[in-house]
Design a binder for this molecule. Structure first.
Ligand code: C5P
Length: 222
C-alpha cells in the first residue's frame, strides 16, 4: 500500500443511489450522483488506505487504487458491506432507497387501457448504517451522511443516536447540491458541530479524510 496517514487502514465506503426494481424496466431510486462518495474513496486512497467502494448504479470512473464492488439494490449493498468487513472506518454515503417493492414483477407490467393504476406495495429496506452501528464487527469509526432540506443540524444529531454512528455529516440539499460540484457540510459528533464552508466535493472529501486521520491519531499533511 502507498504510504500515507491512513496506511494500513481499511476504509469501506458506500456511494450512489440504490435501484429497487418494480419490474424489469422500472425502478424506485433516490437522487444521488455518487460524486461525494467517490471523492471520499479517492481521498482515502490518496491517504494510503485500503479502500472498498461499494457503489450503486452510477456512471463514474473508479478512483485509482480503489477496490470497487458494484451493486444495484439496498439488499445487495448491505450484503456487500457485510462481505467487506472487518474495517477500521466505514463511511456510508449512499442514498439508499428506504423502501422496495414487496414483489417485483418478473415481466414488464402493462397498461391495460382501462385507466386502472396498479398499486405498489412497499416494504422497508435494511438500514445499512444502523445495522453496522449495532453489529458485532462495528467499525471503530462509523460515519453516516444526512441529506436534509431543513433543520439540518437537529436532524443530524437525532440520527447520530438512532444509527449508532460516531459522526453524521449533514449536508443541506435544499440548494443544487444534488449532482452539483460543490457541497456544504457540518460534521456532527458527540464533540459538537464542525461546519465547513462551501467547497468542491473533492475538497470536502479531503477535509473529512484529514479529520479521520486526525482521530485515528496519525499525522496528516494535506
Ligand atoms: O435515515 P437516512 O436515510 O436519512 O440516513 C442517512 C444515512 O444512513 C446515510 O449515511 C445513508 O448512507 C445511511 N443509510 C443506510 N441504509 C439505509 C438508509 C440510510 O445505510 N437503508
Amino acid at each position: 500500500p502507498a504510504p500515507g496517514p491512513l496506511a494500513g487502514q481499511h476504509v469501506v465506503i458506500t456511494a450512489g443511489p440504490t435501484h429497487e426494481p418494480i419490474d424489469p424496466v422500472r425502478y424506485i431510486a433516490n437522487r444521488s450522483s455518487g460524486k461525494q462518495g467517490f471523492a471520499l474513496a479517492a481521498a482515502a486512497a490518496e491517504a494510503g488506505a485500503q479502500v472498498t467502494l461499494i457503489a450503486g448504479p452510477v456512471q463514474l470512473p473508479t478512483p485509482p487504487g480503489v477496490r470497487r464492488v458494484d451493486v444495484e439494490t439496498a439488499r445487495e449493498m448491505a450484503e456487500a458491506v457485510d462481505a467487506a468487513l472487518p474495517c477500521d472506518v466505514a463511511i456510508m454515503v449512499a442514498a439508499v432507497a428506504d423502501w422496495r417493492v414487496a414483489e417485483a414483477a418478473g415481466q414488464k407490467r402493462k397498461k391495460d387501457g382501462s385507466g386502472h393504476i396498479p398499486p405498489l406495495e412497499l416494504v422497508e429496506n435494511p438500514d445499512i448504517l444502523a445495522s453496522l452501528g449495532h453489529a458485532m464487527l462495528r467499525p471503530p469509526l462509523l460515519i453516516g451522511f444526512a441529506a436534509e432540506t431543513e433543520h439540518v443540524i437537529e436532524h443530524a444529531k437525532a440520527k447520530l443516536a438512532r444509527k449508532g454512528a460516531d459522526w453524521i455529516i449533514a449536508n443541506d440539499v435544499s440548494g443544487d447540491v444534488m449532482g452539483g460540484a460543490n457541497n456544504t457540510v457540518h460534521i456532527v459528533s458527540a464533540m459538537g458541530v464542525e461546519s465547513l464552508s462551501e467547497m468542491p466535493k473533492a475538497d470536502v472529501a479531503r477535509a473529512i479524510i484529514a479529520k479521520v486521520a486526525d482521530v485515528l491519531h496519525q499525522p496528516y499533511d494535506a
